[in-house]
Unconditional design. Sequence first.
Length: 457
Amino acid sequence: MNANQIKAVYFVGIGGIGMSAIARYFLHRGLVVGGYDRVPTELTKHLTEEGAQIHYEENIGLIPIECLDPDTCLVVYTPAIPSEHSELQYFQRNGFELQKRAQVLGTLTLALKGLCVAGTHGKTTTSSMAAHLLHQSHVDCNAFLGGITKNYGTNYILSEKSPYVVIEADEFDRSFHWLRPWATVITATDADHLDIYGTEEAYLESFRHYTSLITPGGYLILHTGLKMQPDTQEGVTTYTYSRDEGDFHAENIRIGNGEIRFDLVSPLGNIRDINLGVPVSVNIENGIAAMALAQLAGATKDEIRQGMESFSGVDRRFDFHVRTPEMVYLSDYAHHPEEIRRSIESVKQLYEGRRIKAIFQPHLYTRTRDFYQEFADALSQLDDVAIVDIYPARELPIPGITSQIIYDRLRPGIRKELIHKEQIPEVVRRGGFDVLITLGAGDIDDYAGQIAEMLKK
């Protein structure tokens, strides 16, 4: 099916953060958009308001009539949807063209210059920063992001004129192998998704293959010290970056009075006195990678400096809900041990000497099984930790794998408790902290509003 034949697009799993961005793209193009998801959310509410036809039970009779013609309807699905899903099976049986979300994004990278951000962590913030830098510059961009940007209140940016598209390149289910980047950042390759890859070696090989997909004449921006070896085509330029070393790095870092300022050292031209709009230390590295992409795409020094200062962040990524002299509450999507370690380090640096408490909800039984000791080590940087039951997402329980195995390995002497998520408000009500951070990629963020109201009172 070529692009001109498509009159309707149906999404199986439309409410996902990545799927909803693509749905918005097709809505903007004036196509009929329908979809299924398990439960209504803020995202599906907004999509419905924008014209999408969405239902919440597996029922072929609820599919919009325009989405029932295999000659004119493209079906997009997410790997998180089980293969026995009745609607998915209907489309498979009846000759519809089915594409994974990543395939659709891959098609866009053939038509536009893809600026992609891959890596175990930092993808969403880095890609959102890059999209903001370009969108507010003369270059502009399209963008498909893995989070809701605070600057725009959406996970999708459209440009009628820009040749660039910013994409968060997801390694889950090898999705990023559908992309053909013009330039890509790789932030980290700490092993993850071992339920898919099996071994760390297979995980690293997946990133190695991803680098071979960069188009000739393109760019690879690689974090220093990664285990994987790139396999780029001839004509691809490789740069390195990190906070303190590499082709792109920071110097003259100043942290204080709620601000972080630094100078960017870059082979494309140094930029002095950058002021981070979201002043947490982990964003120094994220910002360096985003600025590298923006420079390659042609944004000016002044545009980049202005964009870094005006960047407001991403929902659930070091997201401040309460920030007063007496009390601070923030939530963070961190769900890998290295992400949690970095997040806690940033909080401790910002609020040195304050009483900090973390409430952590592990995400997935397999990830807990594979990294329970690393989770315990990361959380043990703090003196006060509560651990919630595992959020299963797409998985069934694994015998013997519960939050208890993390709890039992926290360092001796730490203040710790094992709770059900319904007990979160009571834990907050008891207090005993000046700074609270909730961590996890599950539904712990559903409590963010309630926690904020409690702490404001």
